[in-house]
Design a protein around this ligand. Structure first.
Ligand SMILES: N[C@@H](CCC(=O)N[C@@H](CS)C(=O)NCC(=O)O)C(=O)O
Length: 229
């Protein structure tokens, strides 16, 4: 049984997309990051970086002690290897999928995250920062669009953990100031992803866990999320 420490954010969705797609048995452990639950000692034992998602696998692949993991990219890679699905076991196809996974982890995620921050949460509107992260998000969308011109999925011909990592960051494209009509191949892939039954289930679950997702955050959440040093 896998315990998933989760909240209803893009990085959290990546792991429910995987678990739903693979049909693995798992238990959700909601961590309400707007209420400071990411600082609870029992969560920090699993995820010392005080960020979701994290997993605790009580029956790990190597048969050893329970395995705690944080960082969504590492979690996806571990789960894929454990199940033998959504990541080629070896060869250049594996590295291509990992390349796009790391592209999301090091590029799209952080840039779109700062884009959200300066457009929606910063107490002052700083035009330079808003433009900087919107432009960088547009550039990354363009890279993805060109990749999808001649590939069905981001990693190539098969659905992979690269698609699972990227999709939740494209869902809020309007909040990032992006128009998918400018990226036709990305839009084709996006619509195809949205119809996958596992994707529908993962987002329905998020709605159950946190019906307030998407609403403006309150002062308490602001303190927990943006008051850290
Ligand atoms: N690189 C990390 C980023 C995780 C991350 O930033 N998680 C956010 C939610 S999307 C979080 O837990 N924030 C809580 C906080 O800022 O204290 C990953 O991909 O797992």
């Amino acid at each position: 049984m896998i315990e998933l420490y989760y909240w209803t954010t893009p990085n959290g969705h990546k792991v429910t997309l995987f678990l739903e797609e693979a049909g693995l048995d798992y238990q959700l452990r909601p961590v309400n990051i707007g209420r400071g639950e990411q600082f609870l000692p029992e969560f920090l034992e699993v995820a010392p970086n005080n960020r979701i998602p994290a997993i605790l696998d009580r029956a790990p692949a190597d048969g050893g002690q329970p395995l705690a993991l944080f960082e969504s990219g590492a979690i996806l890679e571990y789960l894929a290897d454990k199940c033998g699905q959504f990541l080629p076991a070896s060869g250049r196809e594996r590295y291509v999928v990992l390349q796009w996974l790391h592209w999301q982890m090091g590029g799209l995620g952080p840039m779109a995250g700062q884009n959200h921050h300066f457009r929606h949460y910063a107490p002052k509107k700083i035009e330079y920062a808003i433009q900087r992260y919107m432009n960088e998000t547009s550039r990354l969308y363009g890279v993805l669009d060109r990749r999808l011109d001649d590939h069905e999925f981001v990693g190539g011909d098969a659905y992979s953990i690269a698609d699972m990592a990227i999709y939740p960051w494209i869902v809020p494209h309007e909040r990032q100031g992006q128009d998918l009509e400018e990226f036709p191949s990305l839009e084709r892939w996006f619509q195809q992803m949205a119809r996958r039954p596992a994707v529908v289930r993962a987002y329905a679950l998020a709605e159950e866990v946190n019906p307030q997702a998407g609403e403006p955050i309150d002062d308490e959440a602001r303190r927990h999320l943006f008051g850290q040093r």
